[in-house]
Design a protein around this ligand. Structure first.
Ligand SMILES: [Fe+2]
Length: 287
């Protein structure tokens, strides 16, 4: 039976139940610090990052990953970790480790699969950034949060998401219709509403909103929407379903093939890019 809800109602209800994932304010504080003169002093950066133990622990873990510290001695000091990684990677890792600690409540989803799908999509999205003329940091967030609404719908209505699973038979191509049937909204709308509430940049919000139908968003945001659609498709292509639905690994839908054609990217080029992105996520200690 359809529960006629809107994306706003999903988020308001979860907010009311104190069940809404939060986006750490640390990123905004980090950006402000880096834009100021104090940002060039490591001690200020360390002091800020220490205020969030979940994130500083994650940063240390990444500093000891194959990518940043191959076979060298263990890094245990946050200042050393920051020096090793550099500003761009520290920023990306603040977003990432915050993401990993967001999902406290169990749901009917396979959450392990959900997190991995999101992480793989984020690295593919970052790699697609230059091809789509989308900022790489923003692209990463689009990949990471594109299916946040799946988790939020599962929190909102365990029965509803179970019905979506059954109706869609685990097939990504049937997910949107099944959600509309069940909820009268879609996970793309709910994801976009949530990241908008976190005040992430507009291209991120609109890219996520349009990731199942880029034509849904204004023309100026269709490139981010196409990028997000391809990032999601790349994760499915590599066999990473989102905890609810997936596609047959190694097969691209006609829609995804059309999106690649537009970017003048061959399927083999896309596959190579997706595999390299997966490797990067693994080497950074995130999978
Ligand atoms: Fe999606």
């Amino acid at each position: 039976m359809t529960q006629r809800i809107t994306s706003t109602e999903v988020i308001d209800r979860l907010d009311h139940l104190k069940n809404l994932p939060t986006f750490s304010g640390l990123l905004a504080e980090y950006d402000a610090l880096m834009a100021s003169a104090k940002g060039s002093h490591l001690k200020h950066v360390v002091a800020l990052l220490r205020t969030d133990p979940r994130i500083s622990t994650g940063l240390l873990k990444s500093a000891n990953s194959a990518r940043f510290n191959p076979g060298s001695k263990q890094v245990t000091d946050l200042a050393d970790a920051i020096s090793l990684m550099g500003n761009n990677d520290v920023r990306l890792l603040i977003v990432t480790w915050n993401f990993y600690t967001m999902f406290g409540s169990p749901t009917a989803l396979d959450q392990e699969a959900y997190l991995t799908h999101s992480m793989v999509s984020a690295f593919i999205a970052k790699a697609l950034g230059p091809h789509c003329r989308v900022d790489e940091d923003q692209a990463f967030s689009m990949g990471l949060f594109h299916d946040l609404g799946v988790y939020l719908l599962a929190l909102y209505s365990p029965e509803g998401i179970q019905a979506v699973r059954e109706t869609s038979q685990g097939k990504a191509g049937r997910q949107i219709a099944a959600e509309k049937d069940q909820f009268a909204t879609t996970h793309a709308h709910v994801s976009a509403r949530m990241v908008n509430r976190w005040q992430l940049p507009k291209p991120v919000v609109m890219g996520i909103l349009g990731h199942h139908n880029p034509a849904l968003v204004p023309r100026e945001f269709q490139a981010p929407a196409r990028l997000t659609a391809l990032a999601q498709a790349g994760a499915f292509y590599l066999g990473y379903e989102n905890g609810l639905v997936g596609e047959q690994p190694g097969i691209l839908t006609e829609t995804s093939q059309g999106l690649l054609k537009r970017l003048k990217l061959s399927e083999s080029g896309f596959q190579e890019m997706a595999e390299a992105a997966l490797q990067e996520a693994q080497d950074t200690g995130l999978l």
